[in-house]
Design a protein around this ligand. Structure first.
Ligand code: GLU
Length: 473
């Protein structure tokens, strides 16, 4: 907890929850049960470093809610990991899944290491041992708890997890569903890598298409021409920047852990990544200006600010200086409750994490379904649809005596492949979630901000589920 913060991360989540609970009619006991983390597993295990020394690793898995099974949520590798943080992140997963109608409870894992300080072999040993510890305590499985990538982890770690799980559970036919975010060859789904960034884009695009909302902010509708600042160019920041740029926005600044680069005419995320590959940093990339401090990126004049790294970066101290009109929380918990109050007074729209970054878990859900059904999306219908479209087009051309141009022909005939279906399922999910939250906000104008409206939506769904389940005696 830094000095300018009054609350721990978990307390912040509880505070936002309580603020929203007032706008619901649920029994206090039900609300207390929803807020509580059901199971917290703290573990320590030894790892032998490459130099022969032995180090004790601290790690966690938290299952916040089992109102739906399995629990779901990523595993992060960071030296900031602590129990409070993992509990907060697990809680956010419960609310996130409820908002996007993904039938999972919330979970989260963390290993307290900075992955940059370990070799690939050491990381593999740590990941596999962590998985074995989860298996021992029944904290992982396709019907129990399903991890995924988070800050500091990716498909490589997920491949180690599924391999360890499958070897400890021989013959388990659904073993691939024990973790998501896997490489395609290990049961992953096409479209998972870019899912969170694409979801952020779909969510903000939907907000920007709402005339009344944009009018209040003094902005024109649409994404075209909007200026965007992205904090963090990890998987989520990179893909967010990419989709905003490809759809006509100008990404004027990207910041990283070692500095922030700026170009008023717009940056290209791929050029920065290519430059970083050569030099180890985005600093001094051609055509960019370095900001004095990386934190200055957050305070730049822009239409949309996308914090896409870690929690608590916008707080009571710097919120008064934020100049963005819209904040899109791609990270989990980037803005504190104090910041929310300030945004509210200043008329800044903060689009909250637990729905805006739900693209990752939404596509994880698609991956899990693929694993349980043992068939690739599109396999059964792609050819059928193409044959049907060919036939329909042939009939139209025959009857009209005209021929459709080649580009249109390719588009009309195309049967959906896995990536098409995943992107389309994600787009539908994000549009529906945005509209549901905005509807709740409009129906109750006393709700102060979009985060509270999102929480109201989540609480109502989770509480309904508890109420219908009944409480086990
Ligand atoms: N770590 C991501 C999140 O915070 C994805 C979780 C998942 O796919 O289960 O939402």
């Amino acid at each position: 907890m830094s000095s300018n913060q009054q609350y721990s991360f978990f307390q912040s989540v509880e505070k936002s929850f309580d603020k929203a609970a007032k706008f619901t009619k649920w029994d206090l006991g039900i609300l207390e049960q929803i807020k509580a983390c059901n199971s917290v597993y703290q573990m320590r295990f030894p790892v032998k470093r490459d130099d022969g020394s032995i180090e004790v690793i601290e790690a966690y898995r938290v299952q916040h809610s089992q109102h739906k099974s399995p629990c779901k949520g990523g595993i992060r590798f960071s030296d900031e990991v602590n129990q409070d943080e993992v509990m907060a992140l697990a809680s956010l997963m419960t609310y996130k899944c409820a908002i996007v109608n993904v039938p999972f409870g919330g979970g989260k894992g963390g290993i307290k290491i900075n992955p940059r300080n370990y070799s690939t072999y050491e990381l593999e040993k740590i990941t596999r041992r962590y998985t074995a510890e989860l298996v021992k305590k029944n904290f992982i499985g396709p019907g129990i708890d399903v991890p995924a990538p988070d800050y500091g982890t990716g498909p490589r770690e997920m491949a180690w997890i599924v391999d360890t799980y499958a070897s400890l559970k021989p013959g388990e036919i659904d073993a691939a569903g024990c973790v998501t975010g896997k490489p395609i060859t290990q049961g992953g789904v096409r479209g998972r890598t870019e899912a969170t960034g694409l979801g952020v884009f779909f969510g903000i695009r939907e907000v920007c298409n709402m005339e009344d909302v944009m009018k209040k902010l003094g902005l024109s509708t649409g994404i075209q021409g909007k200026t965007v600042v992205v904090q963090g160019i990890g998987n989520v920041g990179y893909h967010s920047a990419k989709f905003f740029r490809e759809n006509g926005a100008k990404v004027i600044c990207i910041s990283e852990h070692d500095g922030a680069v700026y170009n008023v005419n717009g940056l290209h995320e791929d050029e920065l990544i290519a430059f970083r590959k050569q030099t180890g940093s985005i600093i001094n990339a051609p055509g960019t200006t370095l900001l004095a401090k990386k934190e200055d990126a957050l305070e730049l004049e822009c239409d949309i600010l996308i914090p896409a790294a870690l929690e608590n970066v916008i707080n009571g101290e710097n919120a008064p200086r934020i100049k963005a009109k819209i904040i899109g929380e791609a990270a989990n918990g980037p803005c504190t409750p104090e910041a929310d109050e300030i945004f509210n007074q200043r008329g800044i729209l903060c689009v909250p994490d637990m729905y805006l970054n739900a693209g990752g878990v939404t596509v994880s859900y698609f991956e899990w379904l693929k694993n349980l059904s043992h068939v690739r999306y599109g396999r059964m219908e792609k050819r059928f649809t193409e044959n049907l479209n060919t036939h329909i087009l042939g009939q139209i051309e025959g009857l009209t005596g005209k021929r459709v141009n080649d580009q249109e022909r390719a588009f009309i005939m195309h049967g959906p492949d896995e990536q098409d279906l995943v992107h389309s399922g994600l787009e539908e999910t994000m549009i529906t979630a945005t509209r549901e939250i905005m509807e709740i906000w409009k129906e109750n104008p006393a709700i102060p901000d979009m985060r509270t409206a999102a929480y109201v939506n989540a609480i109502n769904k989770v509480a309904t589920s508890y109420a219908e389940l009944g409480i086990f005696p």
